[in-house]
Design a protein around this ligand. Structure first.
Ligand SMILES: Cc1cc2nc3c(=O)[nH]c(=O)nc-3n(C[C@H](O)[C@H](O)[C@H](O)COP(=O)(O)OP(=O)(O)OC[C@H]3O[C@@H](n4cnc5c(N)ncnc54)[C@H](O)[C@@H]3O)c2cc1C
Length: 691
């Protein structure tokens, strides 16, 4: 090293040290002499990158918001006008339950938002209300869901006119607060295994409800611990058989059982209720356990749409077998699952909004002698958050599609549609809620220590949302239903039957995709090709088709030695991967369709960018599978990786507009670090701790 170089370096080092010392003094003086009024806020640099696509968040919002945004705004406005009804950060369980009840009563009786009629008449509006209410407080969303989807929904969907006439008004105006009592201590996912018994007594024309052992205690029942007056109780219907003096098990049926006195609210004779206690989250909901000892209810309390008992004890049903009746009963309850999938996307929107806004605002480190940069400028932060933002958009369109299908199903009762919605809701509910649960931790971590402050929401969002993966059907169990459905479709394909709408791509894909990959296209690596929706869809469908075919082959092979149950278990992980792959395909298809229908050119371009990131990131995440069968050559795999990173960077450039388009007011996101106006974020946060 020459002496002039040494001198120059030395001078540079000194200058850098001086600048760094100045910066530290400036920062320290800020701590020592904190700004005393709002005009003296910490000056913030704007994130360096400029938007590449000129996205108009308002136009994008108007495409996303759907026709029921007005009722969501009404919900938001009501709670904004009632600070006394907002859930504080620290609250005891019992106070929270009472607050949650007051929130529900306020919403229905004061704000006049009565969701019950929409459960059947306009499900899309109902789900819009559920999503908005869940954004205000997830406990409230669940309490509302227990009242209207579960308790109310069971009366409407499993009962007949006499039940609707008797209970509609009381459920609607909250006089008849109710529960949905399916799960027992020993049986959750396996509903057919429940042991509660409803025996018909022809002498008194009543059913006698009994909990035969502790394993049959109804457990986790929402609204039971404190507020519920009624419960829809799922029990095995036992009918006397006169000639043998024995009872015949007719399978699981639903019964309306009053549990508390309508006037005094005292627990009714024969009913024992205990509190399930403090939970990891959702502590605004009063989950309880119920035991029944010879509780007598009138014969009319059997919800008799799929099976009825006459005065003389004979049984009639429009459906021929116990299994068909059971499937029809559970099939009617699918609405709760649709609502959860949709609400989970709502939670993901809130978390992504907070994490991305904060990542644009927060600055750490930077090139020498230059201002610090926004943490979203780091590739690693983009990698954490941009595919997540893309997935949020993808899930939005997929769940909107699910709701459309569900609404259609409710109108037409078309058998094919019923099967289709059942599998689609199972798949989307499990895929989306698992994804959101993981993302909530990623968002917390992406916001560093400030993400850990309860006021910034990630803790409560994570704790409250976590159980979405389990209730309304455990995700692992639901995914198996999707895999089972796919295998049924596969079998029908080879036996010449018809394929239902959602799975129709399999019809085309089987022949096309099960042939050997094309060695020429396997090497194509141009950006145009990789961003072509045909390439992306082909890749997704190819993977699903391969997984489906190989699962079918393996199941056939193993069932010879292990039987069908054992073979299924031997292939279980394979089957879960198949179900997820299929759901990802359905999500991508819907995203591509949604882009085509978007009227504004710039919004369309933004959505296309986001969709490309969604697709290529997933292909890259599973690149081993594609490489193993030479579906992509090494050069193409490398190009996909490079492009996925580049698209993350591109999406980052419009990330602000993309989260603004979710149109979540600050009083809904409620996290100081996630405020719409970055200049207010630190101010509100410092004020929150008392500065
Ligand atoms: C906060 C809360 C509120 C609830 N509210 C209600 C309510 O209002 N009414 C009501 O009736 N119920 C309610 N539930 C119960 C809920 O629906 C059940 O918890 C759910 O159905 C799962 O049942 P389980 O907890 O018994 O889990 P299990 O079925 O015992 O599952 C435990 C584990 O075993 C795995 N597993 C089970 N079966 C299989 C299989 N075949 N293959 C592979 N893995 C399997 C699951 O993936 C899971 O990881 C609530 C639960 C909670 C926690």
């Amino acid at each position: 090293m020459s002496s002039s170089n040494f001198n120059n370096n030395h001078v540079n080092n000194e200058q850098q040290q001086q600048q760094s010392t100045d910066r530290r003094i400036r920062l320290l003086s800020l701590h020592l002499n904190p700004p005393i009024n709002n005009n003296n806020q910490i000056k913030l640099e704007v994130c360096s990158a400029r938007a590449k696509i000129d996205v108009n968040a308002d136009k994008l919002t108007s495409y996303l918001r759907g026709k029921h945004r007005d009722v969501q705004e009404k919900v938001f406005a009501y709670f904004n006008s009632r600070p006394d009804l907002q859930t504080p950060i620290e609250i005891l369980k019992d106070d929270y339950r009472e607050l949650c009840m007051r929130q529900l009563v306020g919403l229905v009786r004061e704000a006049g938002i009565k969701p019950f009629r929409y459960v059947v008449e306009d499900p899309a509006k109902y789900f819009a209300i559920i999503e908005a209410v869940g954004s205000v407080d997830m406990s409230l969303g669940i309490k509302l869901g227990v009242q209207y989807s579960l308790w109310g929904g069971s009366v409407l969907n499993l009962g007949t006119k006499k039940h609707r006439d008797k209970y509609f008004e009381g459920i609607d105006n909250l006089e008849y607060l109710g529960c949905f009592a399916m799960t027992e201590l020993h049986h959750g996912s396996n509903v057919q295994g429940i042991q509660t018994i409803a025996t018909f007594d022809p002498l008194t024309d009543e059913f006698i409800i009994n909990t035969p052992n502790d394993g049959a205690i109804k457990w986790w029942i929402g609204n039971a611990a404190v507020h519920g007056k009624f419960a829809t109780v799922f029990a095995k219907l036992m009918l006397p058989t006169y000639d043998k003096n024995a009872l015949t098990d007719m399978g699981v049926h639903a019964f309306i059982v009053p549990i508390r006195d309508l006037k005094t609210h005292k627990t009714l004779p024969g009913v024992e209720i205990n509190d399930c206690g403090h939970k990891v989250g959702l502590n605004g909901v009063d989950n309880g356990a119920l035991r029944f000892r010879n509780v007598r209810i009138p014969r009319d309390n059997l919800l008799n749409r799929f099976g009825d008992v006459s005065r003389d004890g004979s049984y009639t049903s429009p459906l021929p077998t116990i299994n068909k009746r059971f499937a029809a009963t559970l099939g009617e309850l699918v609405g709760g699952r649709v609502g959860l999938a949709y609400s989970s996307v709502g939670v993901l929107k809130i978390a992504a909004t907070i994490a991305i806004r904060y990542s644009l605002l927060r600055q750490q480190f930077g090139p020498p002698k230059q201002p610090e940069i926004s943490i979203l400028d780091y590739q690693s932060q983009q990698h954490k958050l941009m595919p997540m933002l893309a997935s949020t958009y993808a899930f939005h369109f997929a769940t909107v599609h699910l709701i459309e299908k569900y609404s259609q199903m409710k109108k037409t009762h078309d058998e094919q549609l019923v099967a289709d919605v059942h599998a689609l809701s199972a798949g989307l509910k499990s895929y989306v809620t698992s994804y959101t649960a993981k993302s909530l931790s990623i968002c917390r971590e992406a916001c560093g220590g400030h993400g850990y402050a309860a006021v910034n929401r990630f803790g409560s969002l994570r704790n409250d949302h976590d159980i979405f993966q389990t209730f309304e059907g455990d995700n692992t169990v639901l995914l198996q239903q999707v895999a089972g459905d796919l295998l049924k479709q596969y079998q029908e394909k080879f036996c010449g039957g018809t394929l239902s709408a959602t799975w129709s791509y399999l019809r085309e894909s089987m022949n096309t995709y099960l042939s050997q990959p094309n060695p020429v296209t396997a090497r194509w690596e141009s950006e145009d090709h990789l961003r072509d929706p045909k390439f992306q869809l082909d890749a997704f469908r190819y993977r699903t088709s391969r997984l489906l075919q190989s699962a079918a082959v393996r199941l056939r092979k193993h069932s010879k030695t292990l039987g069908s149950f054992g073979a299924w278990n031997r292939c279980l992980n394979h089957l879960l991967t198949l179900a997820e792959s299929h759901i990802e395909t359905v999500i991508l298809e819907n995203f591509i369709e949604a882009i085509k229908s978007c009227p504004d050119a710039n919004s369309r371009a933004a959505l296309k960018l986001v969709c490309d990131l969604y697709a290529l990131n997933l292909i890259w995440s599973d690149i081993g599978t594609y490489r193993n069968v030479d579906y992509v050559a090494p050069n193409k795999a490398k190009a996909i990786h490079k492009l996925a990173d580049y698209l993350s960077f591109q999406v980052k450039n419009i990330a602000k507009e993309l989260v603004d388009a979710f149109d979540l007011p600050d009083h809904v996101t409620r996290a100081p670090i996630g405020k719409q106006s970055p200049s207010e974020a630190y101010t509100e946060y410092t004020q929150y701790v008392g500065f």
